[in-house]
Every structure is written in structure tokens, then in C-alpha cells.
Design a binder for this molecule. Structure first.
Ligand SMILES: Nc1ncnc2c1ncn2[C@@H]1O[C@H](COP(=O)(O)OP(=O)(O)OP(=O)(O)O)[C@@H](O)[C@H]1O
Length: 273
């Protein structure tokens, strides 16, 4: 269980909770279009789940939301991603600022294995050139590990290597590391798919607590997980080699109990995918 957020919490990011809006996102790898004019608003302080069968473009869409798509040499993109109204692709916006505001947690936990737990949490400060006193760093390590739901398990061994933790603990360490640079949005690409049910439950509880201070977008193949954690949901589909589109989006409860599109009903009820 994540420790209850007591006296010390991660201070809200400057600017507070942020809405993320994707407008008319079209994406290509080489000549191949993989997303076709996808628009989606991800509400501030909410958890939005991206669901859909394999290959429909969910991860590509997620990576576009913090400018990771452009790391692939053949990748191209059209459209806008607005963080509280500011386009993260605007030439005035520095790449570092976009990535700093919009953090990412990956499918496979990727702590720096030889670095200590403490150094892992603080790694983002180094990368972003942020200076902090020893006392501030101690506070930050503690508050981020509390928020990541890991503090109680590691508080007596902060100098032990991050690679010595279990898979679930490593993933929570990665969440704590992301929080240390105070992102306004946290993107999570199947964060529990490599974890056992107990670790999955702890991460889900952590997410529900974090949503008070950071907007969350999660890609998941697990329909129960989408139903448990998300407030809103978007169903992606790429039928027969066509680019991915959003077939339906909206309130998660409504999409699971009363989907408007037959294809959504078939997918959420496990009839394909
Ligand atoms: N680096 C890449 N180079 C070329 N094509 C890619 C690359 N990454 C993804 N694709 C293609 O883009 C399409 C969308 O892939 P993407 O990984 O976004 O789908 P997904 O819905 O996240 O799938 P999954 O659920 O299996 O992770 C797929 O057809 C995939 O083959």
C-alpha cells in the first residue's frame, strides 16, 4: 500500500494540474501512416486510459505526447499537443522543458541498476541541471518515495543499488524518479505488464493517489485495470492495415457498461484483441 500522504508530499508542479490536449495527430514511420488525425483531451488531474488491440498506435500516440516519437529517425508527425494551451511542438518550446513537464514510465522498469535508490530518485535533477541543497534532496527523496508507494520498504537502505529491488519495487522507484522533477503529466506505457498481481495492485493504488497532483495517461491491455483506475478512456483501432484512429472515447464507466460503438463493445467484452 502506498503510505498515506502525510506531512511531506511532492509539492505540486509549478502551474498546478494541467490538461493535455492532442489535436489532429497524424503519425508516420517512413511512408507508413500509423495514426490518422487523432484528437483527444486528457483532463487535468484525471487518469485517461488508452486501450485497443496490438499495433493500433497507442504507444506511438503516448510517445508523441512527450516528443519521444521524434527520436525514431524515420518518424514524422502532424498536429498539435497542447499542455494547458501551449503547444509542446512550438519551436519556442525547448525539448527539455517538454520532457520535464511530461514524464514517462515504461513497460519494463528501467532504474539505473548500479546507482543507489537515492541516486535513482535524484537522477532527473542532474539531467535537468537543477541545483538543490543536501536537506532539500533528502526531503525530495523521501517525498517522492512516499508518493511512489515505496518509502516504507526502502527507507532503511537508500544507499543500496536500485537494481537489487524486485520488479514491482523497481517500477515504483521509476515512478518516484519521474516525480522528482515535478512533471505536470505522467505517461505510463503498460506499467504493470511485467509485474505480478500484488505489485500491480500497489502501482494502481499509487496511481490513484498521484492523480491528485499530476495528470496521468496510461496505455493498458488489461481491461480490468482500465476500469479500475481510469476516469476516461479512449479506444484505438487500426482495422486491416489502415492507420489507427480513436473509435470512441469518454467516461470509462459509460464506455464499459454502455459503449456507443459495436466495435468498442466487442473489444471491452473480450470478443477480439
Ligand atoms: N520504430 C518503429 N518503426 C517502424 N514502425 C513502427 C515503429 N514503432 C511502431 N511501429 C508501427 O506502428 C504501428 C503502431 O505501433 P504501436 O507500438 O504504437 O502500437 P500499440 O497499439 O502500442 O501496440 P502494442 O499494444 O502491441 O504495444 C504498428 O504497426 C507498428 O508496427
Amino acid at each position: 500500500m502506498p503510505a498515506p500522504s502525510a506531512d511531506r508530499t511532492v509539492a505540486p508542479a509549478p502551474g498546478g494540474l494541467a490538461e493535455l490536449e492532442a489535436r489532429d495527430i497524424t503519425a508516420w514511420f517512413g511512408d507508413r501512416m500509423v495514426l490518422d488525425r487523432v484528437s483527444l483531451t486528457m483532463p487535468a488531474g484525471g487518469i485517461t486510459a488508452l486501450i485497443g488491440p496490438s499495433g493500433c498506435g497507442k504507444s506511438t500516440f503516448l510517445r508523441i505526447l512527450n516528443r519521444m516519437h521524434e527520436l525514431v529517425p524515420s518518424a514524422q508527425l502532424a498536429g498539435q499537443v497542447l499542455l494547458d494551451g501551449t503547444d509542446i511542438y512550438d519551436p519556442q518550446m525547448r525539448l527539455m522543458d517538454a520532457r520535464r513537464s511530461i514524464g514517462m514510465v515504461f513497460q519494463k522498469p528501467n532504474p539505473f541498476p548500479a546507482m543507489s535508490i537515492r541516486e535513482n530518485v535524484l537522477a532527473g535533477l542532474k539531467l535537468t541541471g537543477t541545483k538543490a541543497s543536501k536537506a532539500d534532496k533528502d526531503d525530495l527523496v523521501e517525498s517522492c518515495l512516499i508518493k511512489g508507494g515505496l518509502w516504507n520498504e526502502v527507507k532503511d537502505r537508500l544507499d543500496a543499488p536500485g537494481g537489487g529491488l524486485s520488479g514491482g519495487q523497481q517500477q515504483r522507484l521509476c515512478i518516484a524518479r519521474s516525480l522528482a522533477i515535478k512533471p505536470r503529466v505522467l505517461l505510463m506505457d503498460e506499467p504493470c505488464s511485467a509485474l505480478d498481481p500484488t505489485s500491480t495492485r500497489v502501482i494502481e493504488e499509487t496511481m490513484l493517489e498521484l492523480a491528485n497532483e499530476v495528470t496521468i495517461v496510461i496505455v493498458t491491455h488489461n481491461m480490468q485495470q482500465a476500469a479500475r483506475v481510469s476516469d476516461t478512456c479512449a479506444f484505438f483501432l487500426a482495422s486491416q492495415g489502415t492507420p489507427g484512429v480513436i473509435v470512441e472515447h469518454g467516461d470509462t464507466n459509460a464506455m464499459f457498461t454502455n459503449p456507443q460503438d459495436e466495435r468498442t463493445a466487442d473489444y471491452v467484452n473480450g470478443r477480439f484483441g
